[in-house]
Design a protein around this ligand. Structure first.
Ligand SMILES: C[S@@+](CC[C@H](N)C(=O)[O-])C[C@H]1O[C@@H](n2cnc3c(N)ncnc32)[C@H](O)[C@@H]1O
Length: 207
């Protein structure tokens, strides 16, 4: 059965935050932005952005147009409230389904989105990543959670090999590396950067 994300967000509204929510910028994103002060292009998309802490972080780091996308209107509301006093005019939030979204960007950041979707639609996730990142652009993908899980999910477990299997047809790896981690996720995640390959060009015949 598909996950009722709006229902989960509705319940979280009364509580402090939803269970996955770190309450601030993902440490690996802060580290990545420190280590890469020159933006990898102008536009960023963060699918399944939740409260949007990372959207604000990219916007404040010099990216010119950063969109946080989430299927839950309650999440979008929380993200807009969070960003309101952060002096980050480049941060924008939209309620939309990642799988039908169509605006291409220079950089896409996936954190706890790939692990939130059902494993049966990973092909569609990878195809959308390739559609949404312009040729020559980048996908920054947190590989998580890299360990077997005993619950039904989400989150659904991934392996490094599975991420590579889905990404390699359209992206070349730039790095896969250890990164700053938080609490119980430390040791079960790797940060990866991928460059979108250009689609093959038709060969011109000189006949
Ligand atoms: C596990 S949460 C992670 C949120 C955020 N990345 C974080 O780390 O705090 C997954 C998010 O993806 C959103 N989501 C699930 N399916 C989606 C879809 N098809 N399109 C856009 N957002 C989706 C959910 O509403 C939820 O906010």
């Amino acid at each position: 059965m598909p996950t009722d994300w709006e229902g989960i967000w509705g319940k979280a509204e009364g509580a402090e935050r939803p269970p996955w929510d770190l309450g601030g910028t993902t440490p690996a994103v802060a580290e990545f932005l420190r280590e890469n002060p020159t933006p990898l292009g102008k536009s960023v998309l963060v699918p399944g952005c939740g409260t949007g802490y990372d959207v604000v972080a990219f916007a404040k780091a010099g990216y010119e147009h950063v969109v946080g996308l989430d299927i839950s209107p309650t999440s979008t509301k929380a993200a807009r409230e969070h960003a309101a006093d952060k002096d980050a005019p480049a941060a924008h939030f939209e309620t939309a389904d990642f799988f039908t979204y169509s605006r291409q960007v220079d950089l896409l950041f996936d954190y706890t989105f790939a692990c939130a979707i059902d494993p049966s639609i990973r092909d569609a996730w990878a195809a959308q990543l390739a559609n949404l990142v312009r040729p020559g652009g980048h996908a920054l993908v947190m590989m998580y959670p890299l360990r077997p899980l005993d619950n039904e999910g989400p989150p659904f477990a991934w392996s490094v090999e599975q991420y590579c299997h889905y990404l390699e047809p359209n992206f070349s790896p730039v790095f896969i590396k250890e990164c700053a981690g938080e609490g119980r996720r430390k040791g079960f995640q790797l940060l990866s950067l991928w460059r979108r390959r250009s689609p093959p060009q038709p060969v011109e015949s000189d006949l």
